[in-house]
Design a protein around this ligand. Structure first.
Ligand code: BES
Ligand code: ZN
Length: 693
């Protein structure tokens, strides 16, 4: 590292290894102010202590900035987001129009995006966007009506391994503050774009037609569209997408029309509620649909559409319960798309069109909590959005909290607390995992993500530590009757905005400032520990374990029988368990020392484990066997790993297999190499990393 690099790194926390190639006159506004600033004005008036960081995010940057300006060469990141290059403090996109053709032969999207953007602050000469593996062809500043556009110079920086290539567009002259410009970028995606998975017909259920889907969260939108890829900017969007006439295109937007032109079909969309870039979503395939509610349609390949419509029949009830807790549903329609098996997540809250894994189709509606979760994002995440990935818990923690409230309203408080116990186990595992790989800092509620890929920091922590934090706050402040009005006020205040943890905390104090005794309660909260200490939460909530007890008892029975030659355990308790109790029972066993192999063999036979199709149960059973290095399970694990691409299952099973001695390692490697193209690029990259391949 050169002296200059060291100097800059020290002043502006420029991550090691970043080149000095880029020049940028605006380097003065450094990342130092990133955490404290927000596009939401501080509410003022309340006495909320700031969310502290070291070094303090509010510390002065003036002398550092001068140095950076003088040196004029530090790579510049978005002032409110360490994972984006966009100069959103200078020019902000308000609307984007996508005009793209889907080419299944070349496996590319090709066309243009037109950004409408407004100059904020001072006049600007550059418009900086995020890209990743895009082929940028031409950039035009559109003129007023009838005027010809003006071709703009641009440069695509050398690729940053984690964040892609900064695209700097040069205006021919400075554009004054408040000016609205329209910039059209002609481009194509490439075979390296991580947001897109192109499936061959054989990778679909129907086996006859190809399929394409996107997954943009957290920072993959930049590999589908050149854009300011930060959740700190919210835009509306519209699109016309041309695809083969025998396939259907869907997006995270309202469908506004379609027309057939020869063997092609153009589909039009409009998203009129502003969204962060990570919520732009696209799917193209042989898709059938069935209406399942007044504002909901379920979509999937025709082969599974009936099953999907049955499984998700309770969708409207979830939405209506969300509305009764918060504000009216803001997005018009709420559709569901059941994706092919390689979809890497359980669900993705793409607005107007939640994407879900087909592993939810259990045939007994036992896994529909995922839909309640994605619906809860309609308020937390989609309406009130985290400003950057360091405050991701504002999306996921709040969403889990609302999801469990919705489920609790419909199925009772014991179910809510039962789910919280399962969640706590997931949190414990994440904490152990990050300890294992020596990255305990990722277990902070607000992790620092400078020079970090948000996918690497992704875990149960923002979900479950976030949930536990809100559960704790609710209890301290006086329970749901006192806390739910606050939740609603939070949504009302911050709807259509992007916020950080400080904004959350300031408003929490403000909301309760006139209620007797509440400020004292808030002052007693150990904010620093909750936000910035790694590991398990500083306070351990106690959850109602009435539904969990029977699961614990059966696990204890198995545990106590470990010394018996053949455990004398009746299969009736298992048979009476609900699917989630079976999950909980297996979770409890996973927390105990491994069972002897003979017991696992007996277990498999007694409960007929090889026949189980429910992915959550199957996954935990296989994991339990792998924890015991039970080799007879290897082939079943390999089969499962060839059938699903959901990372929650896949990553854990590969890691567990990898720990099963030399044989396990080899099975893990071979299974991965065989299935690599089946997995979504994000999943393949994460597993390759986990396995050190
Ligand atoms: N938004 C997430 C999925 C996600 C997070 C994708 C981060 C990419 C980066 C989604 O809402 C989610 O949390 N899905 C969970 C569902 C569960 C918590 C009910 C999943 O996929 O398992
Ligand atoms: Zn979520």
């Amino acid at each position: 590292m050169s002296t200059i690099q060291r100097l800059l790194r020290c002043f502006r926390r420029v991550p090691a290894g970043r080149g000095l190639a880029a020049t940028n006159s605006a380097a003065a506004t450094g990342a130092q102010s990133r955490l404290a600033s927000s596009n939401v004005p501080n509410s003022g008036g309340s006495a909320a202590p700031a969310v502290h960081r070291s070094p303090s995010p509010t510390s002065s940057t003036s002398s550092h900035s001068q140095t950076a300006t003088l040196l004029n060469m530090a790579p510049r990141f978005c002032p409110t987001d360490a994972n984006s290059f966009a100069n959103t403090d200078e020019i902000r996109i308000t609307h984007s129009h996508l005009s793209l053709a889907v080419d299944f032969d070349k496996r590319i999207l090709e066309g243009s995006v037109t950004h409408t953007a407004k100059v904020v602050g001072k006049s600007v000469t550059e418009f900086v966007l995020d890209t990743s593996y895009l082929d940028i062809q031409q950039i035009t500043l559109l003129g007023k009506e009838q005027e010809e556009g003006q071709t703009l110079k641009f440069e695509l920086a050398t690729r940053d391994e984690k964040f892609g290539s900064r695209l700097t567009i040069h205006f021919s002259e400075a554009v004054a503050a408040e000016t609205v410009v329209q910039v059209c970028i002609k481009y194509a995606t490439t075979d390296k774009c991580t947001a897109l998975q192109w499936l061959t017909p054989s990778q679909t259920v129907g086996k006859k037609l190809p399929y394409l889907f996107s997954q943009c969260q957290a920072i993959h939108a930049r590999s589908m569209v050149p854009i300011s890829d930060t959740p700190g900017v919210k835009i509306t969007y519209s699109a016309d997408i041309t695809g083969p006439a025998n396939l259907r295109v869907l997006m995270s937007a309202v469908r506004t029309g379609e027309e057939t032109v020869g063997d092609k079909k153009i589909f039009r969309f409009s998203q009129e509620t502003s969204i962060p870039s990570y919520l732009i979503a696209l799917a193209v395939g042989n898709l059938a649909s069935i209406p399942i509610g007044p504002r909901s349609t379920v979509w999937s390949e025709p082969e599974v559409i009936e099953a999907a419509a049955w499984e998700f029949a309770g969708t409207e009830e979830f939405i209506a319960t969300g509305e009764s807790l918060l504000t009216p549903y803001d997005w018009g329609i709420y559709d569901l798309l059941v994706l092919p098996a390689s979809f890497p997540y359980g669900g993705m809250e793409n607005p107007c069109l939640t994407f879900v894994t087909p592993t939810l189709l259990a045939g007994d509606r036992s896994l529909v909590d995922v839909v309640a979760h994605e619906i809860a994002h309609s308020w937390f995440g989609n309406l009130v959005t985290t400003q950057n990935w360091e405050h991701f818990w504002l999306n996921e923690g709040f969403t889990v909290f609302l999801e469990r409230k919705i489920v609790g309203r419909l199925q009772g408080q014991p179910v809510l607390e039962f789910d919280a116990i399962i969640g706590l186990k997931a949190l414990t595992e994440s904490v152990e995992h990050y300890d294992d790989i020596k990255r305990p800092e990722f277990t902070c509620l607000c992790p620092r993500l400078e020079n970090e890929d948000p996918d690497e920091a992704f875990s149960s922590v923002p979900y479950e530590k976030g949930f536990n934090f809100l559960f704790y706050l609710e209890k301290e402040l006086g329970g749901p009757a006192v806390f739910e009005p606050y939740l609603k006020a939070h949504v009302t205040k911050f709807a259509h905005k992007s916020i950080n943890t400080n904004d959350f905390k300031t408003f929490l104090y403000e909301f309760y400032q006139d209620q007797e005794g509440k400020t004292a309660i808030l002052n007693a909260v150990d904010w620093e520990a909750w936000f910035h200490k790694p590991g398990m939460p500083p306070v351990t909530n106690v959850f109602d374990d009435s539904l969990a007890k029977a699961c614990q008892q059966l696990a204890d029975e198995w545990d106590a029988a470990r010394d018996q030659e053949k455990p004398n355990i009746d299969k009736s308790s298992w048979e009476q368990f609900s699917s989630s109790q079976k999950v909980m029972f297996l979770e409890k066993l996973l927390q105990k020392p491994s069972l002897p192999h003979s017991h696992l063999a007996h277990f498999a036979e007694l409960y007929n484990m090889p026949a189980i199709q429910n992915a959550e149960i199957r996954f935990r059973w296989q994991w339990l066997c792998l924890q015991a290095a039970y080799t007879p399970i290897f082939s079943q694990v390999a089969t499962f790993l060839g059938q699903v691409g959901r990372m929650k299952f896949v990553r854990v099973l590969y890691r567990a297999l990898d720990k099963c001695g030399a044989e396990g390692k080899e099975v893990a490697k071979q299974t991965f190499l065989k299935n690599r193209s089946f997995y979504h690029p994000i999943c393949a990259a994460m597993v390759a990393k986990d396995l050190g391949l």
